[in-house]
Unconditional design. Sequence first.
Length: 307
Amino acid sequence: MYQFYKNAPLALSLISFCLSCHLRSNDLAKVNDVPIKVSAVKARLSEYQFDVGSSTRQESLELKKSVLNELIEEELMAQQAKQMKISVSEKEMESLIQDARKQNSEKTLEQTLAEEGIPFTYWIQRTKQRVLAEKIFQKITSDVSTPTEKEMQQYFQNNFSRYRQPETVYLLQVVVKEKSLAEELRKQLLYGADFGEIAGQYSTTPESQKQGKLGWIERGHLPASLEKTAFSLRTGQMSKILESAHGFHILKVVDKVEERQIDYEHAKDTIWEELMNQKRQSVFIHWIEQITAKAHIKRNDVLLEEI
C-alpha cells in the first residue's frame, strides 16, 4: 500500500459492496467492469509473506480484505491515470531497472529477486504501479497551499515536546570474537595505538572498513549491553571490554551532544515538511474517496474467505 495514504481509513469502506452473478468464478471483484482475479490477491499475499498457518481465521480474513481493497484502489487509480494521460514510459522503467541493477553489485537483480521468491516480471509490474501512483499523487496535490508562518508556529506550540534533540554520541568500536584478543588490543590502544588502524585490521563487523566508525548514535539505538557504558563515557574516553551477541567490544567516544530542546527557528524546515505532507495526504484521500464513490464496484467476499 502506498506510503502517502496507507494510514488513512480506506475510502472503499464507504461503499456498500455486494455479490453479483456477473462475477466469474475466479473474480474477486470488478472495478468498472475490470476484473480482479484470485491470482492477484494470492500474489500480493505472497509478496507480504503472509502465512495462513500462523494467523487466526479472523486475522487471515482481515488481511485478505485489506489486500483486495488495496488492489481495487490501484485499479481505480490506473483507470484515472488513463483519463489524466499519466503513464510510465519504457525509458523511465529501463532507468529504474538499471538503477536497481547497480544496487545489486554482488548478484544480479534477477538472482536477488529469485532468492526472495519474487518473479522479475512481477517486480516490474509492482515498480510500475508505484511510480504511477507517485505521479498521480504529485498531480492531485500539486495545488496544495504551503503552510503559513502562523500555521507553523501553532503546530510548533501544539507539538512542543516532540522537538527535542536526543542525547547522541559519536562512537568508534572494535569487535572481536575472542576475549583474550580484545584484552591484547585494548592494551595496545592504551599504549597509544591508533584506534582506526586496530579496528580496520582486527574488527569483525562491517564498520571495520571505515576504521571502526559507528558514527552518531542516539540513545535507545544500541544494545542494552553497550548503551549504558557508551553514554557514560566522556569525550575521548575508551570503554572496558564489553560483551554482546556479536563478540567482545571496545568503544571510544569521539564526541557527544546532550539532549536539548530545539527552538522554532531550527524546527521550521521539519515543521514545513510535516504540514505539507499532512495537507497533501488530506487532499489525496479526499480524491480517492470521490473516485471510489463514483465507481461501479462489485466484490465476492464469500470467495475471498475461501482462498
